[in-house]
Design a binder for this molecule. Sequence first.
Ligand SMILES: C[S@@+](CC[C@H](N)C(=O)[O-])C[C@H]1O[C@@H](n2cnc3c(N)ncnc32)[C@H](O)[C@@H]1O
Length: 388
Amino acid sequence: MINDSFLVTIERILPGGVGLGHLEGKTAFVSLAAAGDRVRIRVDREKGNLLYASIVEIIESSPDRIEPPCPYFGRCGGCDFQQLNYAAQLKAKADIIRDCLHRIAGLDFPDITIVPSPSEWQYRARATWQLDSSEQTFGYYERSSRNVCDVAQCAVLVPSLQSTLEQVRNTAPEDLPGHLKHLDAVVGDNGVSLAPAFDSFHTSELTLRVKHENYTYNAEAFFQVNQQLLDQIVDFALLDVAGDTAVDLYCGVGLFTLPLARRFKSVIGVEANPVATRFARRNLQQAQLSNAQIVTATVTDWVRSNKNRPDTVDFVLLDPPRAGAESAVIKGILDARPSRISYVSCDPATLARDLKKLVAGGFRVESLRGFDMFPQTHHVETIVHLVL
Ligand SMILES: C[S@@+](CC[C@H](N)C(=O)[O-])C[C@H]1O[C@@H](n2cnc3c(N)ncnc32)[C@H](O)[C@@H]1O
């Protein structure tokens, strides 16, 4: 069926952001679709009964569909939801979370709230740009490819990152370091930090105030993409938790460690990136919080060793990368039996996989909320509270 074309109706948006269609007893996953579209598709790849397809013609447009405003849309791998109006993007994200929780974890949540981003555009305060020096292209990877899409204007970047993108693009090729393949950029209250540093572009230390706390970081450490939602994320992740001992797993520069240290007698943050742990310690020190300790280790190593492990834990916050928590980490949490867990996730599928284990181990999902940290893409942040 490869390269053949067929007519399908898109039923809904699935995890991964693709549209679902059915034809001749097969399931089609259609890129850049909208629920309700009637489209002619071309099959790009086939695996058993599954067809991976692209739209070649829109026969009947979904009411959710809008004209994607970005000239790179479809080629650039950055955004895959620009064809949807914003209400449809939020609905698709609720569907994606619901679908993963039902299918992977056997958990049913009919009503899922997605907190919208205050800005649908110009929200992205962190980016990784790719450079192909032989093609002289600078921007983002193309969809499903390692070719670099040359992007002069990115509509989701905050204005200061857009102007940094332009400054880097205006740098003469001979002034770019020969080994440069990609650049990490992040914004703070006092400017932009780039890694690696070169020419007049510095890995500057930035500061940002989030809910009464000051954070210092640079482009070598993780920082959340959408800074407009951080107050709400911290509020919902922590609710009114308080007690003796809290653990902040995958703590980065301490976004949650600082507020936790104000509510718990003792806090341990665990993070693998030594640049991030250096900032986390500094952020605690500047906030005069001496009751929190930061461990530089993978969470798996920390869970497996007995070093710096509290005897009892009241609260665990975990905010792993997209891959979710390693099996040993979930086992460690189950062994520690905290009375409450807050799971902050940027991938509903790995979240569901981990929740299934936590629920089988005796925890109950108390509440759940989605946050639209990444408008114009299918990605969504989810925070889940679990209790024993
Ligand atoms: C999604 S970020 C969360 C960071 C922090 N909680 C925040 O909100 O800024 C995930 C963090 O996990 C770290 N990380 C990734 N794999 C890890 C591992 N196996 N063990 C410990 N930290 C890890 C990354 O360096 C990153 O800082």
